[in-house]
Design a protein around this ligand. Sequence first.
Ligand SMILES: C[S@@+](CC[C@H](N)C(=O)[O-])C[C@H]1O[C@@H](n2cnc3c(N)ncnc32)[C@H](O)[C@@H]1O
Length: 161
Amino acid sequence: MASSMRSLFSDHGKYVESFRRFLNHSTEHQCMQEFMDKKLPGIIGRIGDTKSEIKILSIGGGAGEIDLQILSKVQAQYPGVCINNEVVEPSAEQIAKYKELVAKTSNLENVKFAWHKETSSEYQSRMLEKKELQKWDFIHMIQVNENLLISNFTSDHDLPK
Ligand SMILES: C[S@@+](CC[C@H](N)C(=O)[O-])C[C@H]1O[C@@H](n2cnc3c(N)ncnc32)[C@H](O)[C@@H]1O
């Protein structure tokens, strides 16, 4: 049966507001913080010590708050190593906020940022068409609708390993 409800993705302001309310009324924020503090260091530790550059792909990076926390953990574990951080984010507003946050954050000298204003499936199709499959040391997709995860990352065209 077709739904009469409009998708939140069609109204960015409502999407951001709904997410803010969800955070205020759930333990999502505490769970994320716990993940960052307790689990993430172990995951990052498996990226490898011998790299001259660490490549990170952020799907749905939003305004960058969580991404910058991740980057600071990576920097702490691999001091001085260059980090190439690419962000796939369809919302121009979120990208603008992300860039503002980067501009006012110190200690990001060794981090190169690139933003792709597109959805994960657009990014995936573009990469497959260009046959420019890249390897990433760490891909994350945090607090992004899990249907995307299912539809985009379990298909036969899974992102390059
Ligand atoms: C709830 S926010 C989470 C932002 C950030 N990862 C965080 O944890 O703070 C979800 C983000 O996913 C983005 N998004 C929505 N649909 C997407 C898609 N199809 N592909 C990639 N990103 C998407 C939204 O624009 C939004 O910025």
